[in-house]
Write a protein that binds this ligand. Structure first.
Ligand code: NAP
Length: 274
């Protein structure tokens, strides 16, 4: 469900529709105008909750500001937990807290999948998550906790962020600030997961991230912007493992959305819950 015409949301939705088609799902894009009321959006969600042909419902965020404060969470909460493929509804989150997850938020679920597939141990390790959003930071911390990591959550009020991050065996950056995680944040050999996606349009910022002659700087000069993560490229010299931006957590997030949709469909077909 896409409400309004936010340019970034249109790109995200297009990519999700495409990915669904590629794996053989039926994908219906329901567009609503910017002027839609909260009742209109809730009525659409209710119709999709009852639909026999839809296994997953995703309402793209952010919703237009005109819907009012708290509207987004009300819409997320209205999605049936069996179809909540983004995992943002209160029931999905509550089940995750209690370690009986049904459908889990895609970005953090993708990070766990990535760590498991790379055989990076989590049990007994110190994981530090920078960011405490409902969408990434909090579910990320819970998932790492359920993998028996010892978890520290950092945020904008954390004192001496670099020294806490330096204790991490696994460091997850979900901040939204280009290159904030520098070498000083990273214990040599640590696994560093860069969730951040930041479009840099200031050349001074770009040249602080990439040395003269770097292809990304050349790309900036031709396009006027460059997409970077929260992790400074210099971290590659100390990290034991590091996810790239773009091409790391981003594509995985969409893949996990497909996984959640498949699980929801299988649960319906087997008559069981996910
Ligand atoms: P968000 O809601 O803005 O949360 C950012 C978090 O970072 C907040 O908890 C904030 O702390 C913390 N923070 C901000 N400045 C900080 C600082 N200087 N030091 C320490 N912590 C700081 O963002 P989000 O939705 O979680 O997204 C985070 C990033 O991930 C963004 O770049 C977003 O684009 C990206 N993202 C990527 C994907 C993907 O598919 N790859 C998916 C979702 C998000 P407070 O709580 O104290 O304000």
């Amino acid at each position: 469900v896409l409400v309004g015409a936010d340019p970034a949301s249109q790109v995200y939705v297009r990519n999700k529709v495409k990915a669904g088609g590629e794996v053989g799902f039926r994908v219906d894009l329901e567009r609503m105008p910017e002027s839609a009321s909260l009742d209109d959006v809730l009525a659409l969600v209710e119709r999709l909750n009852r639909s026999a042909v839809h296994d997953g419902i995703l309402v793209q965020s952010p919703l237009p500001k005109g819907l009012g404060a708290g509207a987004q969470q009300r819409v997320f909460d209205a999605i049936s937990a069996d179809k909540d493929v983004d995992g943002f509804g209160a029931e999905s989150v509550g089940l995750l807290v209690q370690n009986r997850p049904r459908l889990v938020a895609c970005t953090p679920a993708g990070v766990i999948e990535l760590l498991q597939r790379e055989q990076i141990p989590m049990k007994g390790r110190h994981a530090v998550v920078i960011g405490r959003s409902d969408i990434v930071g909090k579910p990320m911390a819970l998932l790492l906790l359920h993998q028996d990591a010892t978890v520290t959550i950092c945020h904008s009020r954390t004192a001496d962020l670099p020294s806490i991050c330096r204790q991490a065996d696994i460091l997850v950056a979900a901040v939204g600030k280009a290159g904030i995680v520098t070498r000083a944040f990273v214990k040599p050999g640590a696994a560093v997961i860069d969730v951040g996606m930041n479009r840099v349009t200031d050349r001074a910022v770009a040249s602080g991230l990439f040395p003269a002659g770097h292809p990304k700087l050349a790309s900036f000069d031709s396009k006027g912007s460059v997409l970077v993560g929260d992790v400074h490229p210099e971290v590659a010299e100390v990290a034991g493992a590091l996810t790239p931006v773009p091409g790391g957590v981003g594509p995985l997030t969409i893949t996990m959305l497909m996984m959640n949709t498949l699980r929801a469909a299988q649960a319906r077909m087997s008559g069981a819950r996910t």
